[in-house]
Ligand binder design. Structure first.
Ligand code: COA
Length: 374
């Protein structure tokens, strides 16, 4: 058995930003247009008018102030209301591979590694741009990595489950090092025309290099333990899978083909599952709340994170103990907790403990307990 460690992380952040104000102007223009178009049906009581969205509601309900996206103009055009991404020819890199390369190069540089030293690639994300060949195999080829690659999807927990898969392979000796990447193009599966959720997501890509702790070239994070949990729920669901074309009528513009959620239920049901999961994982490793210097939680909703942090720590965490990146990135699915880890871990000292924890559709929960070395 080898001891796994995280030796580098990297974040690709798309340049384009949509503020809450810009988003709300576009949504309200769309709502006005739809309401005018269906004025007769609304007047006849056959249809409800679409109410306006509000930037104040978005901030107070979620803590989100803006989001980065791959394409702003399409999302903000009331006639389009989704990102417009240039279709790629088969002989050029896909969008996800392109994002992955940027984040991967940063993570490799942080680890002090050349790509040819990596043994395997995992692309773990909540949506993949195609079914096959795996995006991971494309990333592997673009970076000149020998060995193998595979894709995996556990929605918002893809990254922590990816870390567990990588750590297990390193522990067993089947590979010496793994590049685990999370290209999250959440803007493409979000329904920007639905007021209840149009503000939730953003795009980003994170990358993590894991290798044998004994091979680490500098300061690194020993992986003390990983733990994954799933429990089926339809409260967060996206039906836009590969069977979409097989049934008559499925190609129409159906709401249930994009991201759907029962946000209130998710909030109520997921908080206790996550708190219990974290408590049990810490107890199994003999980690007390007082030992934990930092929690890098999944970034979906600030109030939800505040509650989980309080339950795990047994007190209200100090601002620096549970960093949020939600205000700048919105929910970036599996990448959120990794952005927080990447951006808020440099200052920690030798021996300090921290926990990465994701939660989301499935339901799924993944936790990774880390100790800083160096
Ligand atoms: N602008 C203005 N008002 C809005 C609005 C918007 N964009 N969206 C909803 N509202 C209104 C609703 O109509 C509702 O009005 P009512 O009380 O008159 O019926 C009110 O605001 C509250 O809406 P609700 O949907 O219950 O809000 P909420 O406080 O539950 O917050 C979420 C919504 C989605 C932010 C919150 O439930 C959440 O984050 N849940 C967890 C989600 C999660 O983690 N998902 C994982 C995804 S991977």
């Amino acid at each position: 058995m080898y001891a796994p460690a995280i030796t580098g992380t990297g974040v690709f952040t798309p340049e384009e930003v949509i503020t809450n104000d810009e988003l709300v102007v576009a949504f309200n223009a769309y709502a006005d247009r739809m309401n005018a178009e269906h004025a007769a049906a609304i007047a006849a009581g056959e249809m409800e008018p679409i109410p306006h969205s509000s930037a104040d509601f978005i901030f107070s309900a979620s803590g989100i102030e803006q989001r980065h996206v791959l394409n702003k103009s399409g999302v903000l055009d009331p006639e389009i209301m989704h990102p417009v991404l240039r279709p790629r020819a088969d002989d050029e890199p896909g969008v996800m591979a392109e994002m992955a390369l940027d984040a991967a190069r940063k993570a490799l540089a942080a680890a002090g590694r050349e790509s040819h030293e990596i043994g395997a690639v995992i692309v773990a994300a909540s949506n993949h741009e195609r079914a096959y060949p795996a995006i991971a195999v494309e990333v592997q080829q673009l970076l000149g990595i020998e060995g193998f690659g595979f894709d995996m999807n556990v929605a918002c927990s893809s990254a922590t489950f990816g870390i567990q898969a990588a750590a297990d392979m390193i522990r067993s000796g089947s590979v010496k090092s793994v590049l685990m990447v999370n290209p999250e193009i959440c803007s493409a599966h979000l329904e920007w025309r639905d007021r209840d959720c149009h503000f939730i997501f953003g795009d980003v890509c994170t990358a993590v290099v894991l290798e044998r702790a004994e091979d680490a070239k500098g300061a690194h994070w020993d992986v003390l333990g990983t733990r994954c949990l799933t429990q089926f729920s339809n409260n967060i669901r996206n039906n836009n899978g590969f069977l979409r074309r097989t049934r008559v009528g499925q190609m129409e513009d159906r709401r249930d083909m994009q991201f759907m959620q029962n946000g209130r239920k998710v909030f109520r049901e997921v908080v206790p599952i996550v708190s219990e999961h974290l408590g049990a994982h810490m107890a199994a490793l003999g980690v007390e709340a007082a030992d934990v210097k930092r929690l890098w939680l999944h970034q979906a909703n600030k109030t939800m994170n505040d509650l989980i942090g309080k339950k795990v720590m047994g007190r209200v965490p100090e601002p620096g103990e549970q960093p949020n990146i939600l205000q700048d990135y919105a929910n970036t699915s599996s990448a959120g907790s990794i952005i927080a880890f990447s951006q808020f871990s440099e200052d920690m000292g030798d021996g300090d403990l921290g926990i990465i924890c994701s939660f989301g559709a499935g339901y799924s929960v993944g936790s990774v307990v880390l100790r800083k070395v160096g």
